[in-house]
Ligand binder design. Sequence first.
Ligand SMILES: Cc1ncc(COP(=O)(O)O)c(C=O)c1O
Length: 391
Amino acid sequence: MSAGGRIPLARPSIGEREGELVAEVLRSGTLSLGPMLERFESAFARRLGVDDAVAVSSGTAALHLAVRGQGWGPGDEVVTTPLSFIASSNCLLYEGARPRFCDVDPATLTIDPSAADAAAGGSAAGILAVHIFGWPAAMAEIERIAAADGVGVVEDAAQALGAVCADGGEVGARGNPAVFAFYANKQMTTGEGGMLVPPGPGAAAAARSERNQGRAPNMKLMDHDRLGYNYRLTDLQAAVGVGQLERLDELLRRRAEVAAAYSERLAAIGAAEPGAGDPADLVLPLADRGRERRSWFVYVVRLPAASDRDAVIAELDRRGIDARPYLPCIHLSDPYRELLGTREGQFPVAEEFSRRSLALPFHPTLPEESVERVVAELAAILGRGAARGPS
Ligand SMILES: Cc1ncc(COP(=O)(O)O)c(C=O)c1O
């Protein structure tokens, strides 16, 4: 291993403030469904500029409640992307609905609106858009397709807190039910946790009941008026969330700086902007475009098509650097092959990206020297010579 120790793929940035807020909850004696949970929800809603937000135990739980809110169930097929973390489709299966996958745009890697339109074909129950790798999906087009078919849209913004769409609207604040996630590698964390932005007060009340075993609004009674779950976020987790929210601007800014450092160094070893389409290229992630703003969640490059990605990962590992294939296509995972009969070749853009993709170490406290070392080692492994520093 080279000097400088191992470079991990991700690492949360936790400040003293989070610890102080957790201690405040511990002293209060109210560890669940208490004032810190409400404080987290209202701070989050304020930050996003929405009326309300419902905190739950994970992004997956939030997605499940969003799907229930749409009433998607047996017999329903929902247009969505195969290039996502598997939870974004699993949440449909929980309710007996099914994903109807469509291919993605080669530059943005989010749903290609024309593919979504063709897949919807007037018979889908809705569209579940995913803002993958923090890039905002083409929401205006997706909303138009859904409106023409008279169906709803759910936004999976688990990876995209802070991203901005082409029309200037912030991801998750467009009036669609939207979901955020707070696992430790996300832009802000609560350890585990999620947030549902409900489309209105009725949906918010339903989600608050469903996260708490279906309890009726009067919590003094043990009255359960619907099917519910234990999807509660503790006040200890909410305290971490409040602290992280206070630092969110700084955390997002640091992520963007680390991404810029990567892009600059990778460009210096000949990495290309997405879109050129030469399979021999090492391809950078798409940079901000017009009003579209990525919220940097991961830093994922496309290796040259002829590279042996697993060998590159193994060699980086040997040199003390964590890297990962990211993401595998959902339709090629065993449960989906078995259930839907999906197979290779159905979504060529997503599949080709997925075969070539490599997530490099990325977090807000990643030092410049580590970025330099990762790029130098990658350059050496790919036979592209040492990385030059930025001019
Ligand atoms: C796109 C996407 N959707 C949903 C989730 C699920 O979130 P959680 O892990 O908090 O359940 C994730 C988590 O990484 C995700 O990346």
